[in-house]
Design a protein around this ligand. Structure first.
Ligand SMILES: Cc1cc2nc3c(=O)[nH]c(=O)nc-3n(C[C@H](O)[C@H](O)[C@H](O)COP(=O)(O)OP(=O)(O)OC[C@H]3O[C@@H](n4cnc5c(N)ncnc54)[C@H](O)[C@@H]3O)c2cc1C
Length: 442
């Protein structure tokens, strides 16, 4: 064999060897970010990022409206854990089974893909989502990002302070490790000052911090613990359901709740348990430190955050108020808490599971209409929310929001507070939760 023949034989050998070798030394199903997550879809593909109240509702309703769509949910958590009703779970009015649902079961029932993975980046120019397990392309994208805590507003770039706060004094406004930590600390509370800092508006479920304060105060009262819940509220009164909460604070929990209005946070020192506010300085024995809220990380990574007049990020997705999609990228929709200002009349929809579920159904219909060549007609959500203020006997207050468009084309909000705490509202509360869970998982 001369040198030429040797080299030719060598390269043939290499080629054969290359064919015989797998491209990656890893087993086939261990995906890298650079691998495709799923084979290409036959029909149109809708990728839903986030399987929370919005995302999981969207997936089911897309498949119900058009079974030919290929629907893929990307969610980091293994199990659905509901924030709604979780205040009641903290004080054992409901158990863990009441809040948790199987992602796999509902995905199988309605024929969509559920992939447990972290969404890490978006390449919107390629209509591609990158996850920890690989990339996936979409025809339509729905982002149900939920919220993140804006600890930067308190701590700047001090990651240690943010991590310490989250671990020791969790807000438990994002499921679910924090909820278990908070429940343990409430159940083991032996006395002293428990300070709750409320986030400034807009934040997830505006009435829920007051419900949480009432339920913890109820536990303190029932167990005859020498302790108080101190609510540091940046607003001048509880909102919504102002009268109902004020009445509960004054008449049910006079010795257990101290409500401090206009307590805008100036400084938080979690290590020394000190808080400075516009309404005075406080020290605490235990705390639920709720930093300001913003749209969840995926909305930032996808470049969906709106800008204010000075060109600074608003913290929330800048969507079309009627169609909930991006004006410069109409195949990308945002639903639920991450949605930004929709009206000069009331700014934000209440950041509620009820609204996220309504958004999901509305957007599912928009996408199905568009994919079938029809022009969608806008629809608006509603909101209904029940809050438990007493466990002995069980009593709730409630609020309802409805929306319509005025003659100037602006979305208008009508709010109806039901301040009279009573047991019938508890029955309605559980019926509401049953309807919602059925709509998402039934
Ligand atoms: C204490 C409490 C009580 C409440 N009570 C009520 C109530 O009574 N009624 C009501 O209507 N609402 C209530 N809410 C509000 C409700 O929980 C939220 O409005 C609702 O969850 C919003 O839905 P969403 O889909 O926008 O966000 P979420 O439900 O938070 O869903 C976002 C999902 O995205 C996932 N995710 C985020 N980032 C990534 C990533 N990078 N990769 C993969 N997955 C990711 C998250 O894990 C999550 O599952 C309450 C909230 C709290 C905290």
């Amino acid at each position: 064999m001369n040198r030429r023949q040797f080299l030719a034989a060598g390269s043939a050998l290499t080629a054969t060897a290359a064919l015989a070798q797998p491209t990656s030394p890893l087993p086939f199903l261990i995906n890298m970010q650079s691998d495709p997550l799923l084979p290409k879809a036959n029909g149109k593909r809708v990728v839903v990022c986030g399987g929370g109240w919005g995302g999981i509702s969207a997936a089911k309703h897309l498949k119900k409206l058009d079974p030919t769509l290929d629907v893929v949910v990307l969610e980091r958590n293994p199990v659905f854990f509901s924030c709604p009703m979780s205040n009641k779970w903290l004080v054992d009015v409901v158990d863990t089974n009441f809040l948790t649902f199987s992602y796999l079961k509902v995905a199988q029932k309605y024929g969509y893909h559920f992939i447990q993975t972290e969404v890490t980046a978006f390449e919107r120019d390629k209509k591609r989502v990158i996850t920890a397990q690989g990339w996936i392309d979409y025809d339509y994208l729905i982002v149900g990002a939920g919220i993140r805590y804006n600890y930067e507003a308190w701590f700047g770039n001090d990651r240690k302070a943010a991590e310490y706060t989250r671990a020791h004094f969790p807000a438990a406004y994002i499921p679910n490790a924090e909820h278990f930590q908070l429940k343990q600390s409430i159940q083991n509370f032996t006395g002293g000052d428990l300070v709750m800092t409320l986030p400034p508006p807009p934040h997830r479920c505006p009435p829920s911090p007051y419900e949480r304060a009432c339920l913890i105060a109820g536990l303190i009262k029932e167990r005859k613990i020498k302790g108080k819940v101190i609510i540091l509220d940046p607003k001048d009164s509880p909102r919504p359901i102002t009268g109902g909460f004020q009445e509960a604070f004054e008449n049910l929990y006079k010795d257990q709740i101290v409500y401090v209005p206009k307590a805008v946070i100036k400084e938080v020192d979690p290590f020394n348990k000190k808080i400075k506010t516009a309404a005075g300085d406080f020290t605490f024995d235990h705390s639920i430190l709720m930093a300001p809220h913003q749209a969840g990380d995926m909305a930032w990574k996808a470049g969906l955050i709106g800008k204010n007049a000075e060109g600074k990020p608003t913290g929330w997705a800048g969507v079309d108020p009627f169609f909930l999609n991006m004006k410069d990228d109409p195949d990308v929709y945002v639903i639920g808490d991450a949605v930004g200002v929709v009206s000069p009349n009331f700014n934000f929809y209440p950041k509620a599971g009820h609204v996220a579920n309504a958004h999901a159904k509305i957007v599912a219909k928009y996408i199905v209409d568009r994919s079938q060549g029809r022009q969608p007609k806008y629809a608006l959500p509603d909101n209904l929310c029940f809050m438990m203020v007493n466990t002995q006997p069980r009593e709730d207050v409630a609020v309802r929001f409805q929306y319509h468009v005025n003659d100037k084309g602006i979305i208008i909000q009508d709010q109806d507070d039901d301040n009279l705490r009573r047991d019938e509202l508890v029955t309605e509360d559980f019926a509401w939760a049953g309807r919602m869970y059925e709509d998402m998982f039934g």
